[in-house]
Design a protein around this ligand. Structure first.
Ligand code: ADP
Length: 300
């Protein structure tokens, strides 16, 4: 049957992939791509063979987050070759195919589905322990496509990334219901940007003046602490940024009967690692977010 030949081709490609993990979010900007990128770095650091497939066609941020901006995909007789960060971490994204990264991708559903089909059918990943799929936010054509295209070979599960506030959690419920409806197991929910958390010494301390301006007194404060209370200098300062009075993701997970994987704080160092396309575990000193992420990844 010609119309389903591609499903056979996809199944053949996926035969060399042990585990497939979808990373989802209800809304954009909650840290889904950051999580996908750091999850891939973490798995690769454990010596697994890892592929990261970015199907967020309208906002492909994966090339930048892996430090691969401006790279091209090559074609061989085996298929499209992913772009490699390291020999065991390959990346595929529509971002590599766009002539100008500033150009908006305005594609209708069928064209998006077409490229996802091609990614699954034509990319030569070789033997993979994990294929991490970074999906667009919400539940749209791309989600239905990826689930349908991978139906024959199965998806191990989905990780849903959210922020703690209600507006984000409402959309997570939709995501959970989508997974239940299409039969994708939910590995769990990650609460990202769960409070701001950083070493005291990374803060700027400002003193408001009478005219409403402020002066930076950071050096003075740190100097004072070093002299008067040196044990305080190592403190981590934490502050709630978003309203989590509704109980956050943990409560929602309990209500919906899905696993809660843990919280990752807002960490300026993690943002920096993502901007620079680096691993928060090895390259960038992410003293508060890296242990939190590690703990979550251990649970998978
Ligand atoms: P999404 O994929 O959900 O649209 P991104 O992963 O692109 O979201 O994240 C949005 C922005 O927030 C990025 O600049 C990213 O580096 C930053 N970010 C994500 N999570 C954190 C965090 N825990 N701490 C600091 N910055 C973060």
């Amino acid at each position: 049957n010609g119309s389903t030949d591609y499903l056979v081709a996809i199944a053949e490609r996926m035969a060399t992939v042990k585990h497939k993990i979808l990373v989802l979010s209800g809304k954009g900007g909650v840290g889904k791509s950051t999580f996908s990128a750091q999850l891939s770095f973490a798995l690769a650091a454990k010596d697994f063979q890892v592929g990261l497939l970015d199907i967020d066609i309208c906002g492909p941020s994966i090339p930048k987050m892996l430090g691969l901006e401006g790279q091209d995909i090559h074609q061989s007789n085996l298929g499209w070759s992913p772009v490699y960060v390291e020999s065991n971490l390959g990346v595929m994204s529509i971002g590599f195919m766009l002539p100008n990264p500033d150009e908006a991708v305005i594609w209708r559903g069928p064209r998006k589905n077409g490229i996802i089909k091609q990614f699954l059918k034509d990319v030569y990943w070789g033997e993979l322990d994990f294929l991490v799929v970074d999906a667009p936010p919400g539940t749209s054509d791309e989600h239905i496509s990826i689930v349908q295209f991978l139906q024959a070979t199965g998806i191990d599960g989905a990780i849903i990334v959210t922020t703690p506030q209600q507006v984000s959690l409402i959309d997570v419920r939709k995501e959970v219901n989508f997974c239940k409806k299409v039969g994708v197991p939910i590995l769990g929910v990650v609460e990202n940007m769960s409070g701001l958390c950083q070493p005291l010494t990374d803060f700027r301390f400002l003193k408001l003046t009478e005219t409403g301006e402020h002066t930076d007194v950071t050096e003075k404060v740190i100097q004072y602490l070093r002299e008067k209370a040196p044990e305080m200098v190592d403190l981590i300062a934490a502050s709630e940024v978003f309203d989590s009075s509704g109980g956050g993701a943990a409560k929602m997970c309990a209500e919906m009967g899905v696993p809660f994987l843990g919280k990752v704080p807002l960490d300026p160092q993690l943002c920096k690692a993502a901007e620079e396309g680096k691993s928060c575990f090895t390259d960038q000193k992410c003293s508060v977010s890296a242990p939190a992420l590690k703990n979550i990844i251990e649970k998978l």
